[in-house]
Design a binder for this molecule. Structure first.
Ligand SMILES: N[C@@H](CCC(=O)N[C@@H](CS)C(=O)NCC(=O)O)C(=O)O
Length: 269
């Protein structure tokens, strides 16, 4: 059965792909699992039908048969458990990758989101500048610590995992802040691409290409040619490459086969 997730009908980020459905879409793309997206208005998110799926009236949710999940981390974890490619088989390495998933969501994301919220909600307050500086220091501290641990490694702990995926999706929220660019091994937004790709390469590609691609997934689809499954044939890294740089020879983007993903129910965000 094809899982269905929910996403904003009209995303507050104007289609930059910063909402939390993006990490779930990315996980699906990595493992080559087709999925469908149901777009919701803010009103619909607070109505009983959606509250039955998500107690806090938010996105994303995940439905597959009788299973309904909420919390983007739990959804990515579920996908990673059901498919190869996002968590190592070795028990210790798997536990460590899961620790990085938690680190992304409970250590890195909160100060980043708090800063974002201050920018959105507190701009007119007399104390805004002072608080913003303090919040930015909290973000800088965490970025510095993360940077120290990553060092020169490709990924946070061994090979690419759901921990890296969530970490990147969280760090992307700093896009445009300038904070990420202060940390060379995390940002490298202007660095030449390295091979093999490092974590910062993932950061660069999503901001340059993946975001646009994800943004396209949430735009109104105008014709049958747009009804396609992105990247499913390519598998993990090829999928991301396909998403980031355009359809490659192995990408199913041109194949127009399989079920519609990013269906006609999706509208501009
Ligand atoms: N911890 C939750 C947070 C979910 C969340 O904050 N979703 C946002 C979109 S990124 C949302 O639905 N906001 C609308 C609202 O809270 O009313 C997760 O990771 O899924």
């Amino acid at each position: 059965m094809t899982p269905t997730i929910t996403a904003f009908e009209r995303s507050p980020d104007g289609g930059q792909g910063l909402a939390r459905d993006m990490r779930v879409r990315w996980a699906f793309e990595e493992v080559g699992q087709p999925y469908e997206v149901r777009l919701l208005s803010f009103k619909a998110m607070k109505e009983p039908a959606h509250l039955a799926l998500h107690p806090f009236g938010q996105i994303p949710t995940y439905e597959e048969g009788d299973l309904a999940l909420f919390e983007s981390g739990a959804i990515v974890f579920h996908i990673a458990e059901r498919h190869a490619g996002l968590l190592p088989d070795d028990a210790d390495a798997r536990a460590s990758a899961i620790a990085w998933m938690f680190a992304a969501l409970t250590t890195m994301e909160p100060p980043i989101v708090e800063r974002e919220m201050a920018l959105i909600l507190e701009r007119d307050e007399a104390w805004h500048e002072r608080r913003l500086r303090r919040l930015e220091e909290s973000v800088r501290k965490r970025l510095g610590e993360l940077s120290g641990r990553l060092g020169d490694a490709d990924w946070l702990d061994g090979g690419f995992s759901a921990g890296d995926l969530l970490m990147v999706s969280v760090l992307l929220r700093l896009k445009g802040s300038g904070l990420l660019e202060e940390v060379p091994n995390l940002s490298a937004l202007r660095r030449p691409r390295r091979s093999p790709p490092r974590l910062h390469a993932r950061l660069r590609r999503p901001t340059g290409g993946l975001h646009r691609r994800i943004g396209r997934l949430t735009k109104a689809h105008s014709g049958p040619g747009e009804e396609r499954q992105l990247g499913v044939a390519g598998g993990g890294k090829q999928t991301l490459r396909a998403l980031a740089t355009g359809p490659g020879p192995n990408s199913s983007e041109n194949a127009a086969t399989g079920r519609a993903q990013g269906t006609r129910t999706e509208q501009a965000d």
